[in-house]
Design a protein around this ligand. Structure first.
Ligand SMILES: [Zn+2]
Length: 198
């Protein structure tokens, strides 16, 4: 296939990300930003080779490591809180059951209650440490829904600030993360103690 060179384009001809004009579509007034770097995640970077529990699963592996090594912020009886190694923002936390289960409905009542309680405390600790303007909370259940590690359930807690989504991830494939993960872990572990009084 011959790719067009810049000299093949006239100045008034827009350079389109995909294909020539005339493809089928249904304009809806939405603006779209194309983020092909997300294919790194969709393509399986850093994913375990199988879906089973054990050292191949990063959320099972965390349970055998010390807090500082594993970036754990807090541990409960049935679930724990860990910093995401691939954060969307500083302080991006994951609340995970210890048990290696993929589905939210597979959690028992006690696990469900603790995941909820830890999520609430995570919001309070993040607010104490960082004063974010808002949060995104949620679970991506299944690879098709966006879960990077689909085999071990995890709830995202992402602090948000006004203006935190900018063009840097698109033009430079880079997220602006002003704090090292180890420093964030220490700060959040202290904040956790402060808000729980423990
Ligand atoms: Zn696991």
């Amino acid at each position: 296939m011959t790719m067009p060179t810049p000299t093949d384009q006239t100045p008034d001809e827009p350079v389109l990300p995909e294909g020539p004009p005339g493809l089928a579509g249904d304009p809806d007034g939405m603006q779209r930003l194309w983020v092909p770097h997300r294919m790194v995640y969709l393509g399986g970077a850093d994913k375990p080779s199988d879906d089973g529990p054990g050292p191949g699963c990063p959320f099972c592996r965390v349970q055998t490591q010390d807090d500082a090594t594993a970036l754990v912020v807090a541990r409960g009886e049935r679930a724990f809180v860990v910093l995401n190694l691939y954060p969307y923002n500083s302080g991006h936390l994951l609340v995970c059951p210890y048990r290696h289960v993929a589905d939210y409905v597979a959690l028992d009542d006690d696990e469900t209650a603790e995941v909820t309680a830890l999520t609430r405390t995570a919001i309070r600790a993040l607010t104490h440490a960082y004063q974010p303007h808002g949060f995104n909370l949620g679970m991506n259940q299944g690879a098709v829904a966006g879960a990077g590690i689909a085999a071990h359930l995890h709830q995202h807690v992402v602090p948000r600030w006004s203006g935190d989504a900018n063009f840097l991830p698109i033009v430079a494939r880079t997220r602006a993360l002003p704090e090292l993960l180890a420093d964030a872990r220490s700060r959040l572990a202290q904040a956790w103690t402060a808000v729980t009084g423990g």
